[in-house]
Design a protein around this ligand. Structure first.
Ligand code: AMP
Length: 138
């Protein structure tokens, strides 16, 4: 399977479609998931294109995981969460729907249920507020 640069996250990276940005550096970008499974659900992507974890270069993963950790700590603090889940799907059979490598970060509280994967679009005002909360905790 090859990488297709017309995917939605590549468009976000090129600034062709908007996103609620949380953090950006030379190698990575973090932004809110528009269909959050929990409040504070956000995504971290590398700027270099790979379809998923299976075809990614090691040099892509090192800065990517640094940003995953940084944003995970901030999201947990911002939402005063008890813990958090990190999820990453590879290929449609495993639930992948956007084919640009990304990690999901989901702050979780004790006993909390997840909403559906790729479910309901959140209000943009709420997403903007949540992005701001995580940014302030970076
Ligand atoms: P998956 O490929 O299954 O790991 O999931 C892709 C994720 O991207 C889902 O959680 C979607 O809600 C999310 N998503 C889809 N389009 C956008 C978008 N334009 N901005 C932010 N998140 C998105």
């Amino acid at each position: 399977m090859t990488y297709d640069a017309n995917n939605i996250f590549a468009k976000i990276l090129r600034g062709e479609i908007p996103s609620h940005k949380i953090y950006e550096d030379e190698h990575t970008l973090a932004f809110m998931d528009v269909m959050p499974q929990v409040d504070g659900h956000c995504l971290v992507v590398p700027k270099v294109g790979s379809r998923n974890l299976l075809d990614a270069e090691l040099s892509t993963l090192t800065p990517l995981m640094a940003t995953v950790q940084k944003v995970a700590r901030a999201a947990k603090a911002a939402f005063k969460a008890d813990g958090l889940q990190i999820r990453q799907y590879n290929e449609p059979a495993a639930g992948q729907t956007v084919f640009h490598l990304h990690f999901h970060i989901m702050p979780m509280n004790e006993g909390q249920a997840l909403r559906g994967h790729s479910g309901k679009m959140a209000d943009h005002g709420v997403l903007a507020k949540h992005a701001e909360m995580i940014r302030k905790s970076l």
